[in-house]
Design a protein around this ligand. Structure first.
Ligand code: SF4
Length: 283
């Protein structure tokens, strides 16, 4: 049996920074709140909780110090924290912060902002709050006709399109193409493909690996958007693909039937989980 591990598997720069800094904060302050799960990984969260991390779902449940994870948060969170005298330990990924600044600036300059991403994803909710008054969230080509109607009603003749950092690049291009075809000639369209490089590289590598193996194992949280995308992408190129959070979910008998196994992991998966999976398969 041969195991091929993706070079880009595991924590991305933004998540790695958030986890490392949170660990330092926990050493220093012993108890720190975190708005939402720091990463979509049960084992990492349990470990941090043992060290004093307390997950909250709303800033109003926090006190003293609250960690902001790499996804970023809504504008109102900064305002509420100020009112409540809460210090924010802000580990919003710098790439996400750049998108916040970009959409805010364009909205001020009279643009209609179109954010392509999953509506309920925390990063999208956060970014959307910086998009000003004239804005829409869409995530598929079929959403474009309604979007065009809304833009017409707004009387805006300048549009900026951006993406959630972990959105599928091919799907983004398709949606943009449809928007381009549907707008009037006098409407200016600016597109900033704000998909993170780390995501693109990982997705491309998943494609290449899937073409070479009989089974793809994607390691990551089942509620992690980028992990699920790696699974969807892999399934297009290899018949057999599974998602597991830890090695404990792997069926030894099933895995034994394959000769070449590819391994990829989402941005919230620590190296230790990847190593455990490899050790388990090798055993
Ligand atoms: S995927 Fe990219 S944008 Fe998102 S947290 Fe990681 S490095 Fe930042």
């Amino acid at each position: 049996m041969e195991i091929l591990l993706g070079k880009t598997a595991g924590f991305c720069g933004g998540v790695s920074r958030a986890v490392k800094n949170s660990e330092k904060d926990l050493e220093k302050y012993k108890k720190v709140y975190c708005l939402g799960e720091l990463v979509h990984n049960k084992e990492v969260i349990e470990d941090l909780e043992k060290k004093g991390l307390k997950i909250i779902n709303d800033i109003s449940e926090g006190k003293d110090r609250v960690i902001i994870r790499a996804h970023g948060v809504e504008k109102s969170v900064y305002e509420k924290a100020k009112e409540m005298n809460i210090e924010l330990l802000d580990y919003t990924c710098t790439k996400v912060l750049l998108i916040h600044d970009l959409v805010e600036e364009y909205a001020k300059n009279g643009y209609y902002i179109v954010l392509i991403g999953e509506y309920e994803h925390p990063e999208v909710i956060g970014t959307y709050s910086f998009c000003g008054e004239y804005k829409s969230k869409i995530n598929k080509v079929e959403d474009v006709p309604e979007l065009i109607n809304k833009i017409k009603k707004s009387n805006k003749n300048k549009i900026l399109v951006v993406a959630q950092t972990t959105f599928n690049g091919l799907k983004f291009d398709e949606i943009v193409e449809k928007i381009r075809e549907s707008i009037d000639e006098n409407v200016k369209l600016e597109v900033n493909k704000t998909i993170c490089n780390a995501t693109t590289l990982r997705q491309n590598e998943a494609i290449e690996l899937s073409k070479k193996v009989d089974l793809m194992i994607i390691i990551g949280g089942k509620n992690s958007s980028n992990t699920n995308k790696l699974y969807d992408i892999s399934k297009r190129y290899v018949e057999n693909a599974i998602i597991v959070e830890t090695y404990k979910e792997i069926d030894k008998e099933y895995v034994k039937t394959f000769e070449k196994i590819g391994i990829m992991a989402g941005a919230s998966t620590p190296k230790s989980s990847i190593d455990e999976v490899i050790k388990f398969i090798e055993s």
